[in-house]
Design a protein around this ligand. Structure first.
Ligand SMILES: Cc1cc2nc3c(=O)[nH]c(=O)nc-3n(C[C@H](O)[C@H](O)[C@H](O)COP(=O)(O)O)c2cc1C
Length: 389
């Protein structure tokens, strides 16, 4: 066990308090199949997850009709490793009264476990207030507002359709703010050009924090035997949501942009990083870019609930290596190193000029202008450019 979050002790701790929620570690089950009923939520708490966000619920599950197959995978060249995952799964198709019952039972079983309800409703104030009140009466510790599901629900003006419209987002968050006695995070869609705009609107509306990203609208591939796009349902498909390792760089960029905006405009609001997290080192990168917590969804579907143990060990090892005692010690530490491309050019020019002036060794031959690329040396030149030699 780690020592408590105490300055002065050399043992790093993963324990953290976010929006008043006391988490034993920052690893949270992201909304989706790994939090789809009480059995699996209980498994997550037993395996030591820091918190669980249940599968998204709505008041009327009868409108939610799922299809099969609803997943499609992108494999690495070895044909085994899954690097990308598309789903056309909807929110929970289980009746709301069952969920309320299971939220209560879950809090009885794990009084200290942080249980977060993911909720989604149509553009209707009464419905949002009702869902918030009934979930908090059942004992949930916090909410995540799903403004981000990219498929199926936008046809009913839910999910990403709301998340792409800052005015609606702000209004819905203000309704929730009026009803919620618990903290609530707005989960953002990445299917938008500037993620800061809806993020800012959600915070203006009163969201305690943000979560990003949900899945990226995608087509996983086309079957070259049948010529049908996948996943194929009766020979047809619809664009779905992309997750897993392949989305991590996009998620990191968006988390960086949101965290930068939060620091400038809404200091103190929280951020939960999501997208392709599978290891402690992945988590460390999201925290370095400003995340308070990290969520894992597809990773659990690939590796099982037990993966939280090696993730914790790896994050602790990273902290020990850098002598960080708490997550706060390195949260956002890499953010100051983002700048404009013009500034990179200026910095590099200054460094080279200084080198020249000091009569340092002449710089190695590296491609400077597009005309200098040579076909024979192409791979070497690409490598040298990525190392900055
Ligand atoms: C099969 C599947 C179902 C999902 N269902 C939900 C959902 O009900 N509500 C939600 O907010 N996000 C849902 N998500 C999105 C995830 O919570 C997460 O934002 C996204 O997959 C990126 O993280 P990951 O790469 O760790 O999966 C789902 C993802 C998958 C793969």
């Amino acid at each position: 066990m780690n020592k408590p979050n105490r300055k002065g002790s050399n043992m790093p701790t993963l324990a953290t308090t976010v929006d008043g929620l006391k988490l034993p570690n920052p690893f949270i089950i992201g909304s989706g199949p790994p939090g789809t009923n009480l059995n699996v939520i209980a498994k997550a708490f037993k395996e030591g997850w820091g918190a669980v966000i249940a599968k998204t619920v709505s008041l009327d599950a009868s409108k939610v009709v799922n299809v099969t197959p609803r997943y499609g995978k992108l494999h690495a060249d070895d044909g085994k490793e899954v690097i990308g995952w598309e789903n056309i799964e909807l929110i929970s198709d289980r009746p709301f009264h069952l969920w309320i019952d299971e939220f209560k039972k879950c809090k009885d079983m794990f009084p200290d476990g942080v249980l977060i309800a993911s909720i989604m409703e149509e553009y209707n104030k009464d419905a949002w207030i009702e869902i918030v009140q009934r979930c908090q009466d059942a004992g949930v510790d916090a909410f995540e507002l799903n403004f981000s599901c990219p498929h199926g629900l936008p046809e009913r003006k839910m999910g990403a359709a709301m998340g792409q419209c800052p005015e609606i987002l702000e209004e819905v968050c203000s309704w929730v703010k009026g009803a919620a006695k618990k903290p609530f995070w707005a989960k953002m869609t990445p299917n938008i050009t500037h993620i800061e705009d809806p993020s800012r609107a959600a915070l203006r509306g009163g969201a305690t924090g943000l979560a990003a990203i949900n899945t990226i609208r995608s087509v996983i591939g086309v079957n070259l035997d049948t010529l049908r796009p996948e996943p194929s349902v009766e020979g047809y498909t619809t664009p779905g949501g992309y997750s897993s390792r392949a989305v991590r760089p996009i998620a990191l960029r968006m988390v960086m942009e949101i965290a930068t905006m939060i620091r400038k405009e809404f200091p103190g609001r929280s951020l939960s990083g999501i997208g392709g997290i599978e290891s402690g080192n992945d988590a460390a990168q999201f925290i370095l870019l400003g995340a308070d917590t990290v969520q894992v969804c597809t990773g659990v579907m690939k590796f099982g609930y037990e993966c939280v143990k090696p993730m914790q060990d790896e994050l602790l090892a990273f902290m020990a290596k850098h002598k960080f005692e708490t997550l706060e010690d390195f949260k956002g530490k890499s953010l100051p190193y983002f700048t404009t491309h013009a500034d990179l050019v200026k910095r590099q020019g200054e460094r080279k000029a200084a080198q020249k002036a000091a009569a340092a060794a002449p710089p190695k031959k590296m491609v400077q202008a597009d005309g200098e690329w040579s076909g024979d040396e192409f791979v070497k030149q690409s490598d040298a450019l990525s190392r900055g030699e």
